[in-house]
Write a protein that binds this ligand. Structure first.
Ligand code: C5P
Length: 237
């Protein structure tokens, strides 16, 4: 996967997605579909995006018993998703099951979708993790532990902040994908994200892919912001 800029389609329905994509008539994008949109529109939204020539990260963060995740992943691979994810907390057998399902749902001769793991949600603080999950180590150690578990289970990478990417790459291989949300331009406010980074810092930190939502979707001119962020991410400015 060549260091893509992934645009988070955090919209309630296809209507808003269509309106947004009107700005990008000539661009083939890598988009992220989350629970909000998928639970309303179902698999047809993936068909629609693929027909428009966009690559799709289906961000459903699966977490269930291994057999259920395996069967669900078989179906997601059939939809033609390019990237999917699970919670590493589901364990090794569940992550291995996810990969088996993806392989089973991929047509002969094609490459299965990439599969990455969520370690600790970025909304989880260290105190909360200690009190609610009874994990007695630091948040960073927990993130690294889950990243290693995902790597040992054969997954392709993890979702993590720009600040964790370097640490993960130093302990695992550089080819293990780090996919980072929480990206903001230097002039913007962080909004509800706690640890934000600019596209430039993400690039310099070796992040494999950035996920950008509101900086593009809420912009007055989404195409202009997209192209600006892309340039910065690719090191052209
Ligand atoms: O608008 P913004 O750029 O903050 O959007 C970031 C996107 O990445 C959202 O879709 C959000 O749900 C997602 N995400 C995140 N933190 C994670 C995992 C996913 O912000 N740990």
């Amino acid at each position: 996967m060549e260091r893509p800029l992934i645009v988070a389609l955090d919209f309630p329905s296809k209507k808003e997605v269509k309106n947004f994509l009107r700005f990008f008539s000539d661009e083939s994008l890598f988009v992220k579909v989350g629970m909000e949109l998928f639970y309303q529109e179902g698999p047809s939204i993936i068909d629609y995006l693929k027909e428009q020539n966009h690559r799709v990260f289906l961000d459903l963060k699966l977490h269930d018993i291994p057999n259920t995740v395996k069967s669900a992943m078989k179906g997601l691979a059939r939809l033609g998703c390019d990237l999917v994810n699970v919670h590493a907390a589901g364990g090794r057998a569940m992550m291995e099951g996810a990969l088996e399902g993806l392989e089973a749902g991929t047509s002969f001769g094609k490459k299965r979708p990439y599969c990455i793991a969520v370690t600790q949600l970025t909304s989880t603080g260290e105190e909360q993790m200690k009190q609610e999950q009874l994990i007695p180590v630091s948040l960073e150690q927990s993130v690294l532990h889950y990243a290693k578990l995902a790597n040992d289970s054969g997954l392709d990478g993890v979702v993590c902040s720009t600040y964790e990417s370097q640490l993960i790459h130093s302990k695992l291989s550089n080819s293990f994908l780090t996919v980072s949300p929480g990206i903001r331009l230097a002039v913007e406010a962080a909004q509800d994200q706690k640890r934000v980074a600019t596209p430039k810092l993400a690039r310099e930190s070796g992040v494999s892919a950035i996920v950008v939502g509101r900086s593009i979707t809420r912009a007055e001119n989404p195409l202009e912001n997209y192209l600006f962020i892309k340039k910065e991410w690719e090191g052209a400015i």
